[in-house]
Ligand binder design. Structure first.
Ligand code: HEM
Length: 118
C-alpha cells in the first residue's frame, strides 16, 4: 500500500506541474483532460493515505500517533492546495501566497513522511 501511495503522490506532483503549465499556456481542452486525470490521482492519494492512516490509528502497538496524524493532515492540505492553485490559474488569477504555502507544506510533508515517521 505504501508503494501505491508514494507512486500516486509522485505522479500527482508531476501531473500537477504539467497541468499548471498547460493552463498557463491556455491549452484549453488539453489542460482540462490533464486536470481530470490529476483528480483521479488525488482520489488514489487520499484513498491510499487514508487506508494507511486508518491502519496505524487502530494499531495498539503504535503509542505516538501524533506524527501520523500531522502527516495525514499535511497530505490533505497538499491536495487542497494543488486543486486551489490550478483552479485559480484556470481563472487567470495567480496568488503568490498559495505557492508559498505549497512549498512549505511539501517540505513538511516529505520531512514528516521520510524523517519523522521514516
Ligand atoms: C500530495 C500529498 C501527499 C504527499 C506528498 C505524501 C507523502 C508521503 C511520504 C513521503 C510518505 C513516506 C513514504 C515512505 O515512508 O516510504 C507518506 C506516507 C504516508 N502518508 Fe502520505 N502523502 C500525501 C498525502 C497523504 C494523505 C492525504 C494522507 C492521509 C489522509 C496520507 C497519509 C500517509 C500515511 C498514513 C503514511 C504512512 C507513514 C509511513 O508508514 O511511513 N498521505 N506520504
Amino acid at each position: 500500500m505504501i508503494h501505491v501511495h508514494v507512486t500516486s503522490w509522485f505522479l500527482g506532483l508531476i501531473l500537477f506541474f504539467v497541468t499548471y503549465m498547460l493552463y498557463k499556456k491556455n491549452a484549453g481542452k488539453k489542460s482540462k483532460i490533464f486536470h481530470m486525470i490529476l483528480r483521479v490521482l488525488f482520489l488514489a492519494i487520499l484513498a491510499t493515505g487514508g487506508h494507511l492512516l486508518a491502519g496505524y490509528i487502530t494499531d495498539p502497538g503504535i503509542v505516538n500517533k501524533g506524527p501520523l496524524i500531522i502527516k495525514g493532515t499535511l497530505g490533505l492540505i497538499m491536495v487542497g492546495l494543488m486543486e486551489i492553485i490550478l483552479v485559480q490559474r484556470k481563472r487567470g488569477e495567480g496568488r503568490l501566497m498559495n505557492w508559498v504555502f505549497f512549498w512549505i507544506t511539501l517540505v513538511l510533508v516529505l520531512f514528516y513522511g521520510y524523517i519523522v515517521i521514516g
